[in-house]
Ligand binder design. Structure first.
Ligand SMILES: CC(=O)N[C@@H](CCC[C@H](N)C(=O)O)C(=O)O
Length: 369
């Protein structure tokens, strides 16, 4: 398989969560080109479950990749940039899928002892595909005994594995707040209850939660990524919407922040005579690498002299945390060299990491479990 060509083809067809129709068709086409004797495929919504029979199986090893993209207008200047203008693989899921396909090809062409389940999971960026795919009968009938996954990172040199024992990705909660007030003429604010002003004060007030309410020793992030409201510059808006995300390294801090947000909404309702509605959207469970499962992988990387860094925890989220809550396994970062950050329009990961990713994943499937 030409990993670079596959990655570039996937890069051109980014699709949002649960809309990965072209992506699913592309993945199926790639998988169907392999010898099929050992391969079984099940579709689940826009995702896929692919089981490869082992030679003398005693268990099932799982490898999960996410397949969705982000609503970002690409600015990479690539000759192979997104054909779905407005969507982009800016979180590296084109890399993740290519590495999964490469490892799948490896275990099909060079059979391994155990059965291997490749999970091509939709909607990691939201609303979250992990929980529903785990609950599906397709997955339940093929449940793995252990599972692992990777995520690309521009923080590490291309091909470097970075991981740690303990928490790797944060607990996350989406945050959507709608303010409803009374619209009217821009010249008569006293006859209205302006939701733009209410939302603005709310966003500024929120900044005190992490700064003043959270124990400085308990990390947290509260980011507002989008504000919308109003219809025209000379009409006072009867509706404004604030959208963001909460990140913490423990569940207690998440609960405390939500309680504080609710107090801020109540305060704004009182002060600005608006009504606020909170929706916490998708919540992701932390990615936690238990020592007994990640340590053997760290040792394996050392023995094989794969570039390895023991990294810090981070505030990104990953719904793979749900798999690790319920199954033995671990997750790691795969360096893609210095480039713009994940979720940036000019994210350009180093394709040299693809072959190394395939090598690490397929060799660990073969020798590590
Ligand atoms: C690796 C990464 O960037 N993951 C996403 C996960 C999205 C979580 C959810 N939709 C939210 O925004 O809270 C991230 O933003 O960390």
């Amino acid at each position: 398989m030409d990993y670079v060509a596959v990655r570039r083809a996937l890069h051109q067809i980014p699709e949002l969560g649960f809309e990965e129709v072209e992506t699913q068709a592309f993945l199926l086409d790639q998988i169907k080109q392999l010898p099929q004797e050992r391969v079984q495929i099940k579709k689940w919504k826009t995702g896929l479950l692919v089981r490869v029979a082992g030679t003398h199986p005693t268990k099932v090893i799982g490898f999960r990749t996410d397949i969705d993209a982000l609503p970002i207008k690409e600015n990479t200047g690539y000759s192979f940039q997104s054909k779905n203008v407005g969507n982009m693989h800016a979180c590296g899921h084109d890399f993740h899928m290519t590495i999964a396909l490469g490892a799948l090809e490896d275990v099909v062409l060079h059979p391994v002892k155990e059965d291997v389940l490749f999970i091509f999971q939709p909607a990691e960026e939201g609303p979250g595909g992990a929980l529903p795919i785990m609950a599906s009968s397709e997955f339940q009938n093929w449940k793995p005994d252990s599972i692992f996954a990777l995520h690309v990172s521009p923080e590490f040199p291309a091909g470097t594995v970075a991981t740690r024992e303990g928490i790797l990705f944060a607990n996350t909660s989406e945050l959507f707040i709608d303010f409803f007030g009374k619209g009217g003429h821009a010249a008569s604010p006293h006859l209205t209850h302006d939701t733009i002003v209410a939302a603005s004060h709310f966003v500024v007030g929120l900044q005190t939660i992490v700064a003043r309410r959270v124990n400085p020793l308990h990390s947290a992030v509260l980011t507002i990524g989008k504000i919308s409201g109003g219809t025209k510059q000379n009409i006072i808006a009867e509706h404004a919407r604030v959208e963001g995300t909460i990140r913490t390294l423990d569940q207690e801090t998440m609960k405390a922040i939500k309680a504080d947000i609710e107090r801020h909404v109540q305060a704004v309702e009182t002060a600005y005579q608006c009504r606020g509605e909170i929706d916490y959207g998708a919540n992701y469970y932390q990615v936690f690498n238990r020592k007994e499962y990640v340590d053997p992988f760290i040792q394996f990387c050392r023995q094989n002299k794969y570039p390895l860094e023991l990294c810090d925890e981070g505030m990104a989220g990953e719904d793979f945390g749900y798999f690790l809550r319920d199954f033995p396994g671990f997750m790691f970062w795969l360096g893609v060299g210095k480039t713009a950050n994940l979720h940036s329009a000019d994210f350009k990961p180093d394709e040299a990491a693809l072959a190394q990713g395939v090598k690490v994943v397929s060799t660990y499937i073969r020798e590590g479990f």
